[in-house]
Design a protein around this ligand. Structure first.
Ligand code: MG
Length: 308
């Protein structure tokens, strides 16, 4: 399917609306100010000045209004990405993506999200603020997450500290926990979206394919059909970028809850400042409490122990 986006001025916007007035359709989506449907092309106009054409006649219709500036395809040769070679035009396809966060933070959970973005929703998701996801701050991600959750079939999993510490004590590596969470989140999403199926699944790579599936070897259900792995996958498909935002929003929400019960704003990361904060909590609320809000096996624990 062809997918073309033009940026147009306010004057041209008016001309476009007049031109397609008889093909007008109602489309209640965030940011959309006009939509029309021809037999072979869908036309969507956004407040931002973007005008999108989708379908067999996309090129013909787009050519009426401007120079074709870009298609929504991205090169699979995103700079520095490692992993599977993706099909051409991968960014325009219907993809289920997954990503995790919280793995390097002493305080708080690991969260994983899987999100399905079909081709027909790619532009909408971008308009909801996912593009330029490298620029996104925590506050911004919290703000756009509810719209994204409403717009996409998804699954978000939160591995709280108690459970994390128990699994860790049983010998589970963080890699294994992550693999199990990705697998589960992907499964959940596939169930929710059935009978629809994604063209491909893309996992933001934290382990090579063989290592990932080795972690899952005792699982009853293993998602492996049409699965690709790549680092920097959030730049390769908006589904992974969205997953990364939903995972982050869930992490921040759990951090808020923990900060609340700890009575101070918990720090992210695992720096020396985190050791100091951990020691302070240890002195005030004791070891068991500290354990219940941290990834206990991190080196921060021993450093904090020396401070108290
Ligand atoms: Mg990742």
């Amino acid at each position: 399917m062809s997918n073309i986006v033009l940026t147009i001025s306010t004057n041209i916007q008016k001309e476009v609306m007049a031109y397609y007035a008889s093909n007008y359709i109602e489309r209640k989506a965030p940011g959309v100010i006009f939509a029309a449907k021809l037999p072979d092309t869908s036309i969507t106009m956004y407040k931002s000045g973007k005008l999108m054409f989708q379908g067999g006649g996309a090129e013909r219709e787009a050519a009426r209004w401007g120079i074709i500036e870009k298609t929504t395809s991205q090169k699979s040769s995103t700079i520095g990405a490692k992993g599977d070679t993706l099909p051409d035009q991968f960014a325009t396809m219907s993809v289920l993506g997954s990503d995790e966060t919280g793995t390097g933070d002493y305080f708080g959970p690991i969260t994983v999200a899987a999100v399905y973005v079909p081709a027909s929703k790619i532009e909408l998701i971008n308009e909801l603020g996912v593009k330029d996801s490298k620029m996104l701050t925590d506050d911004y991600m919290r703000k756009i997450a509810p719209d994204l959750r409403a717009a996409c079939v998804h699954s978000v999993l939160v591995l709280r500290n108690d459970k994390y510490n128990n699994l860790q004590a049983k010998g589970y590596s963080q890699g294994k926990m992550k693999a199990m969470m990705h697998n589960k989140a992907l499964q959940n999403t596939l169930v929710k979206m059935a009978p629809e199926k994604p063209e491909f699944i893309l996992i933001d790579q934290f382990a090579e394919r063989g290592v990932y599936y080795n972690y899952l070897k005792n699982e009853r259900e293993i998602v492996q059909e049409n699965v690709y792995f790549s680092t920097k996958a959030e730049q390769l498909h908006v589904a992974v970028a969205t997953a990364s935002i939903l995972a982050r929003a869930a992490f921040l929400k759990e951090m808020d809850r923990l900060s609340n019960i700890a009575g101070l704003e918990l720090m992210k990361g695992a720096s020396n400042k985190v050791d100091v904060q951990a020691a302070r909590i240890w002195r005030k609320q004791g070891e068991e409490f500290l354990r219940s809000i941290t990834k206990w096996h991190f080196a921060n624990t021993e450093k904090a122990r020396k401070m108290i």
